[in-house]
Design a protein around this ligand. Structure first.
Ligand code: GLV
Ligand code: GLV
Length: 331
């Protein structure tokens, strides 16, 4: 039997490619940029599986162009780049990489929180700009993290990992949105209504997936509830925050600062007004970007893809509904 053909949309880190090549014909987009749409559609026309990144939009049109496709493996925990109902309707399982990036992403959320509160990027610009002439009792005063109040929106794996870190800073914590009540109790994180959380928190950190329900969850109304000193941290997806409303809130002093790992759109345009603000810190979607974690994600994505091609259940499947009602054809 000939090997199945897979398309890999970017060069993954670690040994994922070697692993795939033992069982598959690998076709690869070798440049370090998203696969252009027309290339993606042409590759989909002939592949049995795809190893994709969050930069590849696998919508209904893309799936329509993929008559042989049997499995989609996303090298990310989030999967808002994929039309899941369309994949499910075609019986195509979708794999993702939960768990392995939880701690790494929580580290970045905490790094952003500390950096924004203590104004590290501004301090760095100040030194490099030659403004550091003397010590000053009043320059670059920030806010305490120790003893502050943190509101966590979305208390899944990453939200909980942020909460564990915050314990070490004696931070008072609340969460909104689904979560593990038992873990919340153990960590002394209290459930809270969204509006109360926004009103009372010094830091608000977002950990919800992007969906129709969470699109622009934080807009003008929500930002207006926050304290003028509050700091908003987003390591989830850019679309969870309305960027125009965020600009207004930051520019008008309605909130204190924002620290973003994700933007809408991505990448953010160099002319975006958010980049004109000193109280907005933006990094380029690097939540899971450590050597070890990216290698683990690639490995896990390879395992999902290979399982799908062998007709086995994906170890980490987003749409297990594909395994129901197919008369056991997937075993
Ligand atoms: C990254 O944003 C991911 O979803 O893994
Ligand atoms: C992401 O969905 C996570 O909480 O790990």
């Amino acid at each position: 039997m000939s090997k199945p053909t897979v398309f890999v949309s970017r060069v993954p880190p670690g040994s994922a490619l070697e692993k795939l090549r033992t069982e598959c014909e690998v076709r690869l987009w070798e440049q370090d940029s998203p696969t252009p749409r027309e290339v993606l559609l042409a590759e989909l026309a002939q592949c049995d599986g795809i190893f994709a990144m969050l930069t590849e939009r696998l919508d209904a049109e893309a799936l329509e162009a993929a008559p042989r496709l049997r499995v989609i493996s996303n090298m990310a925990v989030g999967y808002d780049n994929i039309d899941i109902p369309a994949a499910t309707a075609r019986g195509i399982p979708v794999g993702h990489t939960p768990g392995v990036l939880t701690e790494t992403t929580a580290d970045l959320a905490f790094a952003l929180m500390l950096a924004a509160a203590r104004r590290l990027p501004e301090g760095e610009r100040y030194v490099r700009g030659g403004q550091w002439k003397t010590w000053s009792p009043t320059v670059l005063l920030g806010q305490d993290i120790y003893g502050a109040t943190l509101g966590i929106i979305g208390f899944g794996r990453i939200g909980q990992a942020v909460a564990r870190r915050a314990q070490g800073f004696n931070i008072k914590q609340f969460y909104y949105g689904g979560g593990n009540i038992q873990v919340a109790r153990e960590l002394n994180v209290h459930p809270c209504k969204l509006d109360d959380l926004l009103r009372d928190s010094d830091f608000v950190s977002l950990h919800v997936p992007l969906s129709e329900k969470t699109h622009h969850l934080i807009g003008a109304r929500e930002l207006a509830l926050m304290k003028p000193t509050s700091i908003l941290i987003n390591t989830a997806r850019g679309g969870v925050v309305d960027p125009k409303a965020l600009y207004e809130a930051l520019a008008n002093g309605q909130i204190g600062a924002a620290a973003l790992d994700v933007t809408e759109p991505e990448p953010i345009s160099p002319d975006d007004p958010l980049l004109t603000l000193d109280n907005c810190l933006i990094v380029p979607h690097i939540g899971s970007a450590t050597v070890a974690t990216r290698a683990r994600m690639a490995d896990m994505a390879a395992d999902n893809l290979l399982a799908g091609l062998r007709g086995e259940r994906l170890p980490h499947c987003v749409n297990p509904a594909v395994y129901e009602g197919h008369g056991g054809s997937l075993t």
